[in-house]
Design a protein around this ligand. Structure first.
Ligand code: GDP
Length: 461
């Protein structure tokens, strides 16, 4: 396939030692050679693939120097996009990199859309859709483990697994056709139905295994959405601060929301905690007061983990009890803070409020108990099983939804087979499962979805 030549700034906007403008397409090398001058007068178009060259970019109309650069040229097909790729390394800093990009665009390249480089890698068959999505996960990975999961997926591990399942379904369908076409030996149904049940059950079990990794995979990828609740003055912001300080927070502003939610990511023993609404805690102490009852219910509902803070130097109040009610049934850790003060809190009363309570005592003032809390968090979600770790984690919401759908469809096929429904009816479900699994790797996926997926990428990727 041939597409036009695209270009974009591939490094983050801001000041840095170097910045990279990347080009991809048939014209990439020719175009760059027209605006590149090396001290020895070499022509980039004559240089071998995968080489890097020092020189200057010039404005061809005036021969004026625009920037001092190092230019890498990589010829198709051994490149990220499978097209000719050029990377222009220029000085970091907004002005330099924008000047270089503008010069390249003026010379005939088109500004790339977000994710277009990766999209081309997909369209040109270098990677499948799940691998492309892993590229995005890799960029966004907040912890080493999340990065490993993404690397694994980029490497094609999930794709191969899905490929095996689809192959098994295809072979089953083919075998069924053979049985129908050559029914001389046996009764068709008698041979075909048990075969279908056996193969479909295997596929169903494998999908199930993948789905079992999904809750952990999703947490690794998106972070464990964590809300700290407690009445004023119990020590919520102290807790937040000590989690953030010990674990180096990554602060992200979420654009496009009506109010600014500020999220902070902290890496707690490999578990990325996404601390939600930290601004609420810091500014007004009371998340309900700040964002209203409805909204805070919503925040609570979406949370994966609640840290409910109590003051152990005071008796349990009605307000405390209301917080217990509001977070009923959720994963909760109860933090009884201020253990350095004389204790007034009745622990049995707390234990009676919660089934199977997880309580950690802290004195945040004395920096005690935070380790135990972190231990409790990682145990609650991973029970050590993550360490075992050669699993392929399914972490992407789109993949999870499709796997659920595939699982339901193959279950329909099994149920139909067991009920002795005519074979051609069962074939429909099996074929449908094959298609749904194909959507994960992008084999049977609609163009509009592809465009939408890649548009979520950052510019220049
Ligand atoms: P928030 O309103 O729930 O966010 O509570 P803060 O974290 O702002 O803490 C309220 C007050 O309690 C502050 O003056 C803290 O210094 C104090 N505090 C926090 N943790 C402890 C603790 O473990 N022991 C004692 N004695 N005081 C604490």
């Amino acid at each position: 396939m041939h597409y036009d030549t695209i270009a974009a700034i591939s490094t983050p906007m801001g000041e840095g030692a170097i910045a990279i403008v990347r080009l991809s397409g048939d014209e990439a090398i020719q175009l760059t050679s027209r605006i590149f001058r090396s001290p020895s007068g070499k022509n980039l178009a004559d240089e071998p693939s995968h080489t890097i060259h020092y020189g200057h970019l010039i404005d061809p109309s005036t021969e004026e120097v625009v920037e001092e650069v190092m230019v890498s040229i990589m010829r198709a097909p051994k490149t990220f996009t499978r097209e000719d790729v050029v990377e222009v390394n220029c000085h970091g800093g907004l002005v330099a990199v924008k000047r270089v990009l503008q010069l390249i665009l003026k010379e005939g390249a088109r500004l790339a859309e977000p994710g277009e480089f990766t999209k081309r890698a997909f369209l040109n068959g270098r990677i499948d859709l799940s691998q492309a999505e892993a590229v995005m996960d890799l960029i966004r990975a907040k912890t080493d483990r999340a990065m490993n999961v993404a690397l694994n997926q980029m490497d094609g591990k999930l794709s191969r697994l899905i490929g095996d399942l689809r192959q098994a379904l295809l072979e089953t369908l083919a075998q069924v056709e053979v049985n129908i076409d050559y029914p001389e030996y046996d009764d068709v149904e008698e041979v075909t139905i048990p075969l279908m049940i056996e193969k479909c059950s295997w596929v169903s079990e494998e999908i199930d295994k993948l789905l079992r990794t999904s809750s952990q995979g999703k947490i690794l990828r998106e972070g464990l959405s964590t809300v700290i609740v407690g009445r004023p003055n119990v020590g919520k912001s102290s807790l937040l601060n000590s989690l953030v300080q010990e674990n180096k927070a990554i602060v992200t502003d979420i654009a496009g929301t009506t109010r600014d939610i500020i999220e902070e990511y902290v890496n707690v023993r490999g578990v990325p905690l996404r601390l939600v609404d930290t601004a609420g805690i810091r500014e007004t102490e009371d998340i309900v007061e700040r964002i209203g009852v409805e909204r805070s219910r919503q925040v609570l509902k979406e949370a994966d983990l609640i840290l409910l803070v109590l003051n152990s130097s005071e008796e349990l109040t009605e307000e405390d009890k209301r917080l217990f009610e509001a977070t009923e049934g959720m994963d909760r850790i109860i933090v009884t803070n201020k253990t350095d003060l004389p204790r007034k809190l009745d622990f049995t009363e707390v234990e009676n409020l919660v089934e199977n309570p997880k309580i950690v005592a802290t004195s945040l003032m004395k920096e005690e108990g935070v380790d135990e809390l972190e231990e409790a968090i990682s145990k609650l979600f991973f029970e050590g099983s993550l360490e075992a770790g050669d699993l392929t984690y399914v972490s992407n919401a789109r993949h999870i939804a499709l796997l659920h759908k595939a699982h339901a469809t193959i279950q329909d096929a099994i149920a139909a087979a067991e009920a002795n429904v005519p074979v051609d009816m069962i074939q429909i479900d099996v074929t449908r499962t094959w298609e749904i699994l194909g959507e994960i790797v992008g084999d049977t996926v609609q163009e509009s979805l592809i465009n939408q997926l890649f548009s979520q990428f950052c510019l220049g990727k």
